[in-house]
Design a protein around this ligand. Structure first.
Ligand SMILES: [Zn+2]
Length: 177
């Protein structure tokens, strides 16, 4: 990724970023109910009709196994699931990272195995950006959220409340100063 600021070009680090890799969130899987009874199926990333990645999964009450030819995971990878009870009732679920055995809420695949972020040894993009890069990236994201393209003009996205739009637009103007 490259960007320009006042004619000066800078390059972000060449280290990969987690945002670039498939991620599994334990919360999403819990919400799908796949740890309530053993299940199998496919998890997909990207567009519903044209996902860019799908992996097969089988769950039990306390583990998940994943395989994906595309990721080079031909043999299923087994990931243990842990439960901790919350102070106010209910419970939280965690992946047990297959490498370091620590609890984690997310696991990422970099090429093949799903591991926690510490085991992959990479950071989030925002942590490696300078403040002006961060501002630029924030502005970009806001721009995508705020405007819908209709022909040559940009309009408020359908379904967004005017109040939300006005608030976000204020932030947008402040950032773009
Ligand atoms: Zn780990």
């Amino acid at each position: 990724m490259t960007g320009s600021g006042r004619g000066k070009w800078y390059r972000l680090g060449t280290k990969p970023c987690l945002e670039d890799y498939p991620r599994l969130a334990i919360k999403d899987l819990k919400d799908m109910g796949i740890f309530e009874k053993p299940m199998s199926g496919a998890l997909t990333w990207g567009d519903k009709q044209h996902p860019w990645l799908s992996v097969r999964f089988t769950s039990t009450l306390a583990s998940l196994s994943i395989s994906s030819r595309k990721l080079g995971l031909f043999e299923p990878q087994f990931i243990d699931i842990d439960k901790t009870h919350c102070n106010f009732g209910g419970y939280r679920m965690w992946f047990i990272c297959p490498d370091c055995n620590k609890r984690c809420a997310f696991i990422y695949s970099m090429g093949h195995q799903f591991l926690c972020r510490a085991c992959h040894g990479v950071g989030y993009r925002s942590q490696r950006m300078t403040s002006s890069q961060r501002r630029y990236s924030k502005l970009n994201k806001l721009e995508q959220r705020l405007f819908e393209k209709r022909g040559d003009i940009r309009v408020k996205p359908k379904g967004m409340h005017w109040r939300t739009f006005a608030e976000l637009h204020k932030v947008y103007l402040q950032l773009s100063k």
